[in-house]
Design a protein around this ligand. Structure first.
Ligand code: ZN
Length: 944
């Protein structure tokens, strides 16, 4: 069996597939170099298997399995054990699958695995936990209640045939679960579906496959085999249900969704016909539908995807973000979609397009690198075990072996107006929501209206070939071949002894680092560019808005190129920060060199002649889009709002409050002037990493230097990033009342304790160790016992060498003032008890476990690049931190740590951010302004 499993030639791990006597199939992965182990078990049962009377029970069952077993009866035994050993755990329920997984340090793996296995052997379903976990499910549901995406899903489900098992409310809440007989139902559900023959297990550790196979055998053979068959859902839930549904949205954005139900092509994965379709329809390069509609000012984004609905059917969906004009003319947008569909039908299915996708997929497989996260890797594989034949568990996603024009044509046949559901979502429908024809979805209570697709739309589709561009000369057609497909796969033999990035060039414009990587000898590489342009946008409000707008327009005019790069296997990230912009790119090095040159050239051209790139109608679209973004800022969840306000408050010259930004007005001329001056002064840091020689790096660097020294002056005044300096026993409070989103049921609180400013990198570790010690008791007390909310956790943050320790709670039942009070009481008892009683040997165990987790080596080139690049970005350059980890941890004694923790809380330099729900407000708000009356830390990491 072993030799049948196809793995990448670049994968050095050992794999073994075994089937236990109870028919449980297990994939065993041995990686002698890993410091982190993990396991994931997936069962092919999900919420489509919920009885109609108990919707959400599959999800509820997932929650209840964490609540103790016969062998380990204590409720938080499993979770505490994992947290104690620097691990993490989670579970999730989907339509037809439920998965459970955890990661942990190697030495604790067998202990963790045994606790984990009891979920499937002898769970208690303790009656005393039923009500509490039901509330947890209710909280989880409430978290998504104000989210447009989740609301639309429930409406989509409600459109399906009521007799179909697809017609289920997967999350569940008190309405569907809070019934006297629920425990009996849970036991029945578990007994009916939780059977070893329906489960697949993936385990990953440093032991040999043989040893690991034995461990798995000993533990998991006890999972009962009840001889159950995989539950199948073989109907078409959307038969004859084709209509247009107008949905009242929450956010300031208008969306058009087109859904086409097609047969499920999973068995034809060797030809991936669905991917062919989504590739050609969702393409964003030259001649593409997306590029056309954007330039016409009708849409800002177009995504095409496919999704499995059940064992019988899938869907192809279009997700289209409309501009104002696009919303007023959405029928025309639908017309253009069909013009593209017709064009593809007319030109026929093209082998060269399939070959291009296949070529990149095969290259990705051949040069496949280890995943950075053990958890993510095993999660994906457990899913694949249910999806592909055994030999293709790893290879299946990359197969693309059989060009299958027949299936593609078949799918194209389903993309017709008689097989389409239209969803149009807009906040503007709220005006009519009390009209008779509006209905209400059962669970999220979203208002919507359903009607027949109009004759007008059918006519437009029928005559779609007559539709023409009105504002540009663009056409919709088949896109040309991709110029970024790599051709050269040589690995440079040049010996470079450096382990860490070396500065290879520096002048007034550029500082350039380079590392030819010998740890991962593969034909890939990465680069990062950090640009400090004119700094006016850091200090001036109008300039900040212009800068936000610049980001939008600059990227949107480069999208065709970016998209092609992505199709050629390049991943990129564009980041606008407080005082700089940064780009990072990773991929086959042959492709990134070409891309680098194109990018630098575009950067120069755009700023030399912005007028050439900014068309008047597009400018207006981008202004509207920016306005919507500012408005939508306030529609974010209390959790996200809290994080955003936190950043906004701790930086002196950071982003302005969005309240101020939405007041600013901009004219085209302002924008052109802003853009012309933006890169007239420049300072940059560049980093090349991977299969890139020093000479190549120097050449690219000099090319950049040449281009910019002709166009720009060196930037000698980079703005410092100053962080708030909170005094001892000082508390800053910020309060934000949620008024923008009436559907939001939660409040959110974040309390931060600020530490001292220090250049000593060891300080970071003190905060991490504190987090390891406090997180479990914190969650146990406030989440499990007091049930304050579903999101309850602690975390540390480090900004410019200044640390914060944060307590975060999102709650639907308690006000932020009450929560703050509960946190204070918890802290007092934590200091007096848990911390006071923390013995030296216990502390040493925590240190050791933390060390094991953190000393995990880089798993792939890109992960290593990103870590080094982050050091360069913040100008800290602590590249050898993994090597120094042992020494740094050893320097932290029990006594020093206790002093640190006591001082942190005793000094009480505190920042509280309250995001307050109206229903929780029973006090007068006093702290709604940005904090200005305070001192600021110097920026120790300023680039100079
Ligand atoms: Zn859940």
């Amino acid at each position: 069996m072993d030799q049948e499993l196809i793995i990448s030639p670049n994968d050095k791990r050992q794999y073994s597939l075994i089937t236990l006597p109870n028919q449980l199939e297990c994939l065993i992965i041995s990686d002698p170099n890993t410091k982190i182990s993990g396991a994931c078990l997936e069962i092919c049962v999900g919420w489509l298997d919920d009885p109609k009377e108990y919707q959400g029970i599959a999800h509820f069952c997932e929650h209840m399995l964490f609540m103790g077993s016969e062998k380990y009866p204590t409720q938080n035994d499993y979770t505490s054990f994992i947290q104690l050993h620097s691990g993490s755990y989670n579970a999730s329920t989907w339509l037809q699958r439920t998965k459970y997984h955890f990661s942990i340090e190697n030495d604790a793996f067998v202990g963790g695995l045994d606790r984990f296995a009891q979920f499937f052997i002898c769970p208690l379903f303790d009656s005393s936990c039923i009500e509490r976990e039901m509330n947890a499910v209710e909280s989880e549901f409430n978290l998504s209640l104000a989210d447009d995406q989740s609301r639309l899903w429930e409406i989509f489900v409600q459109q399906s045939d009521p007799q179909s098992t697809f017609n289920r409310f997967g999350c569940g809440n008190l309405l569907t679960l809070n019934k006297p007989e629920i425990r009996d139902q849970l036991l029945q559900f578990y007994d009916k579906y939780y059977c070893s023959s329906l489960m697949k297990l993936v385990v990953y550790t440093d032991k040999s496959t043989q040893e690991l196979g034995q461990i798995v055998h000993d533990i998991f053979s006890l999972v009962p085999n009840k001889g159950r068959k995989r539950p199948l859902h073989l109907d078409n839930p959307f038969k004859g249900q084709f209509s247009q549904v107008d949905v009242v949205g929450i956010k300031q954005e208008d969306y058009l969704f087109l859904n086409f139900v097609i047969p499920n092509y999973e068995k034809k994965y060797l030809g991936q016909p669905e991917s062919y379709i989504t590739h050609v329809l969702g393409h964003e390069g030259q001649n593409s539908l997306a590029s056309f509609l954007k330039d016409e000012g009708l849409v800002t984004e177009l995504i095409v995807g496919s999704q499995r609905l059940n064992d019988q059917v899938s869907e192809i969906y279009f997700e289209i973000s409309l501009t104002e004009e696009g919303f007023d003319n959405y029928e025309k947008v639908i017309g253009f979609v069909f013009q593209q569909i017709d064009k593809i039908k007319e030109k026929g299915v093209k082998k060269e397009i399939f070959d291009e996708i296949a070529q990149i997929k095969h290259l990705e497989f051949k040069f496949k690198e280890n995943s950075s996260s053990v958890l993510e890797y095993i999660e994906k594989l457990s899913e694949n075990m249910h999806k592909y034949p055994k030999n293709h568990i790893i290879y299946g996603d990359y197969a693309y072996e059989q060009f299958d024009p027949e299936s593609v044509n078949e799918i194209l046949g389903y993309l017709n107006p008689n097989n389409m559901i239209i969803f149009l979502r807009s906040p503007s429908f709220a005006e009519d929501k009390d009209d008779e024809d509006f209905m209400q979805e059962t669970y999220c209570k979203t208002k919507y209206r359903k009607q027949q697709i109009s004759n007008e739309i059918f006519q437009i589709i029928k005559n779609s070939n007559n539709l023409k561009a009105e504002k540009t000369h663009k056409i919709i057609d088949i896109f040309p071949p991709n110029i970024y497909i790599p051709q050269n796969f040589d690995v440079i033999q040049e010996k470079d002894e450096n382990q860490y990035p070396i500065k290879i060039f520096e002048n007034d414009y550029i500082r350039c680092f380079h590392l030819k990587d010998n740890q991962f000898p593969i034909c890939k590489g990465s680069f990062g560019i950090q640009l400090f342009p004119n700094q006016d946008f850091v200090i001036d409000q109008n300039e900040r808005v212009l800068f936000d707008l610049w980001s939008n327009i600059f990227y949107s005019q480069f999208e065709e190129t970016l998209y092609n790069a992505e199709c050629a296997g390049l991943s990129y990230n564009l980041d606008s920060a407080y005082n700089f912009v940064a780009f990072k790119v990773h991929g086959f090095n042959d492709s990134i060199f070409k891309f680098y040159k194109d990018f630098i050239q575009y950067l120069l051209d755009f700023h030399k002649q912005p007028k050439k790139y900014v068309k008047k109608h597009i400018f207006q679209v981008q202004i509207d889009d920016l306005q919507d973004r500012y408005e939508n800022y306030f529609m974010k969840s209390p959790y996200d709002l809290n994080a955003s306000y936190w950043k906004c408050l701790i930086y002196k010259s950071g982003k302005f409050m969005k309240e101020q930004l939405r007041e600013v007005e901009i004219k085209m001329n302002d924008f052109i002037q802003f853009t012309e001056k933006l890169f007239k002064t420049i300072r940059m840091q560049i980093y090349f990493h991977g299969n890139i020689s020093k000479d190549t790096a120097l050449n690219l660097c000099q090319l950049t230097n040449q281009i910019f020294s002709e166009f720009s002056e060196p930037n000698k005044q980079i703005q410092p990033l100053q962080i708030i300096k909170i005094q001892k026993n000082q508390t800053f409070i910020f309060e934000k009342l949620i008024t923008e989103n009436p559907e939001e049921p939660n409040s959110g609180l974040r309390i931060s304790y600020q530490g001292d400013q220090s250049l000593d990198p060891t300080l970071n570790l003190y905060f991490d160790l504190l987090n390891s010690i406090i997180s479990d008791p914190f969650e146990n007390q406030l989440r499990t016992n007091e049930q304050l909310g579903y999101v309850v956790y602690t975390t540390k943050s480090n900004r410019r060498g200044i640390h914060f320790f944060n307590f975060i709670i999102i709650s639907e039942t308690k006000s932020t003032k009450q929560i703050a009070n509960r946190i204070d009481i918890f802290l007092q008892s934590f200091l007096a008890q848990e911390l006071a009683q923390l013995k030296e040997d216990q502390f040493e165990k925590v240190k050791l476990s933390y060390y094991k987790d953190q000393s995990q080596d880089y798993q792939n080139l890109n992960e290593k690049f990103k870590d080094f690049w982050n050091e360069i970005l913040i100008n800290q350059n602590d590249f050898d931190k993994k090597q120094k980890l042992k020494e740094r941890i050893d320097s932290i004694t029990h006594e020093k740590f206790l002093n640190f923790a006591h001082n942190l809380f005793k000094d009480s330099k505190r920042l509280e951010i309250h995001i307050i729900n109206q229903k929780h407000l029973d006090w007068e708000l006093e702290h709604q302004e940005k904090i200005t009356e305070c001192e600021w830390h110097n920026d120790l990491f300023q680039l100079n």
